[in-house]
Design a binder for this molecule. Structure first.
Ligand code: HEC
Ligand code: HEC
Length: 346
């Protein structure tokens, strides 16, 4: 109700602002600002309310069940691992480690990315070896470094024993036998599709030019003019293409990574895919250190500088890095409060 009423007043409020701006004689400043906003709107867009999927429609029943399943440790081989172990809510659904630790202390091959705003990418995982969030969840339960369960049947049996039957029935009313790993993945995926964190940058893109400060605006300009936005675009600032990490120079010369990850080559065995990774989303990136697929870099400023160097052949100045950092800060949203409360499990 409130929202709708405000909307109808907006044109008048905007008109008033224009008049005030004109009277104050800020026409020059505002035309530069307007040009920046116009340029930004060609590359980025505000986050949607839900990252919907025709294949897996988001329903309240699936979302409720999906959230519970994200916290469930009893479906892992050692009873210690849940999705939240490696994607803790309070750490923006990333884990702060260089590489994630799974069942029986197994080290995962790569860094754990955030699950916020992550469900509308071309694929899931750094090298795109999962089709989407549902495919990711489906394979995680038997993934050796993740839950490590011996089979889907073992997971399904455990879910039934734990008393999840009625919740699966509510979420998948048409199914004869609803407790399946397939439906586990649909429920978890539906929940992930609701995980959006609107940030000051969204308010800015919607027209509130005061939502981000002057330093962030300069960073936004550099981000677009230097060429970062050629790869990090869309509402998510990434997730829409694969690119080589190290176009101008080998990445490990700068990240000092001990191992060279073959990247997407592992999936396709195509020589041109060596060291190619999915361009990661940059939403909440200020909160999800360490950086890169191997967590090799701790500071965001350093990650930004390395990007300029190895992707664009540009040595960004200290001031430019600081400005880009301020822009990236404007991509930090709030963790929705209801997400932080752990659900009661059956
Ligand atoms: C043992 C730690 C661990 C557990 C448990 C785990 N994840 Fe992850 N997750 C990771 C790591 C590490 C990656 C990156 C893997 C890669 O790219 O090779 C990842 C990647 C993802 C991605 C891809 C994000 C992107 O931007 O590409 C999604 C989605 C995801 N996990 C969801 C889940 C869900 C849902 C569960 C529970 C069913 C789960 N994860 C359990 C560590 C974990
Ligand atoms: C040619 C495409 C391309 C360009 C241009 C590019 N990036 Fe990237 N960016 C990538 C890829 C690919 C990765 C993943 C690297 C890896 O494997 O860890 C990445 C990773 C990052 C990360 C680390 C994200 C994380 O969660 O670990 C940041 C920050 C980043 N880029 C910022 C920038 C900035 C700032 C610029 C401009 C100076 C830029 N990028 C230019 C492709 C690009």
């Amino acid at each position: 109700m409130e929202k709708r009423r405000r909307k109808s007043y907006r044109p008048m409020a905007e008109l008033a602002l224009l008049i005030v701006a004109g009277l104050a004689g800020t026409a020059l400043g505002s035309s530069v600002d307007d040009a920046l906003l116009t340029q930004a709107r060609q590359v980025f867009a505000p986050l949607p309310e839900v990252m919907s999927s025709a294949k897996n429609p988001v329903t309240p029943e699936k979302v409720k069940l999906g959230k519970m399943l994200l916290y469930e440790t009893r479906i892992s081989i050692d009873g210690q691992v849940s999705c939240v172990k490696c994607h803790p809510m309070s750490l923006y659904l990333a884990d702060g480690l260089k590489k994630a630790i799974g069942n029986n202390c197994k080290v995962n091959p790569r860094n754990s990315p955030t699950l916020f705003n992550a469900a509308s990418q071309i694929s899931a995982h750094w090298i795109g070896n999962r089709a989407d969030v549902e495919d990711q969840a489906r394979q995680a339960v038997t993934g050796p470094p993740a839950f490590g369960m011996p089979s889907n049947q073992a997971v399904e049996l455990r879910l039934k024993q734990l008393g999840y039957g009625p919740l699966f029935r509510q979420a998948f009313p048409g199914d004869k036998e609803p407790v399946t790993v397939e439906n586990f993945a649909r429920a978890v995926g539906a929940f992930e599709r609701t995980l959006v964190t609107p940030a000051p940058f969204d308010a800015y893109l919607k027209g509130n030019q005061g939502a981000i400060n002057q330093t962030a605006k300069m960073g936004l300009k550099t981000f677009m003019d230097a060429g970062c936005a050629a790869c990090h675009a869309s509402p998510y600032l990434g997730g829409q293409m694969y690119q080589k990490f190290g176009i101008v120079a080998p990445y490990w010369q700068y990240t000092k990574s001990a191992d060279k990850d073959d990247g997407r080559y592992v999936v396709t065995k195509n020589e041109t895919d060596r060291y190619v990774f999915k361009v990661p989303i940059l939403r909440n990136v200020a909160k999800t250190a360490p950086y890169f697929h191997d967590g090799s870099i701790d500071s965001l400023g350093e990650a930004v500088w390395i990007m300029g160097k190895v992707q664009l052949g540009k040595g960004l100045s200290k001031a430019q890095v600081k400005e880009i950092n301020a822009f990236l800060d404007a991509l930090t949203g709030e963790i929705p409060r209801d997400i932080l409360t752990a659900p009661l499990l059956p």
